[in-house]
Design a protein around this ligand. Sequence first.
Ligand SMILES: N[C@@H](CCC(=O)N[C@@H](CS)C(=O)NCC(=O)O)C(=O)O
Length: 125
Amino acid sequence: MAHLGYTTLSDKRPHWESEADMATKDLQLYVKNNCPFCAKVEGFMSKNGIDLPLHNIDESEDDRSFLVERGGKRQVPCLFVDGTALYESDDIVDFLAKEFHATEQADGSASTGGACRLDGTGCSF
Ligand SMILES: N[C@@H](CCC(=O)N[C@@H](CS)C(=O)NCC(=O)O)C(=O)O
């Protein structure tokens, strides 16, 4: 069986699962604690039964280093799609909605264009 790069505990399957050219797409989501934009993406995933491997940069120095070195900046959420970084929670939600044919909307508490600082000095939405 092909390695799909995400766990399949949910009943959702990406539409490309049966498409040979995309069957090995690897999805890895980088998040941190107390991040409203991460919560938006995770909430969207939860509502739609999407389960991906999570990497919490507050809990792993290796994950934090990987995010900065491979992604180019220390910003979460970040979804690695076959090793290519996709930043911005709205773009991640849009990508997942298409890939998983998800119909439930993301919550809007951390909406488009806002930002938080990892040093804990606050968020603006
Ligand atoms: N507009 C971005 C905002 C993401 C954002 O601000 N994330 C914060 C954590 S909640 C962050 O990574 N900040 C980087 C920093 O402070 O260096 C999105 O929607 O994903």
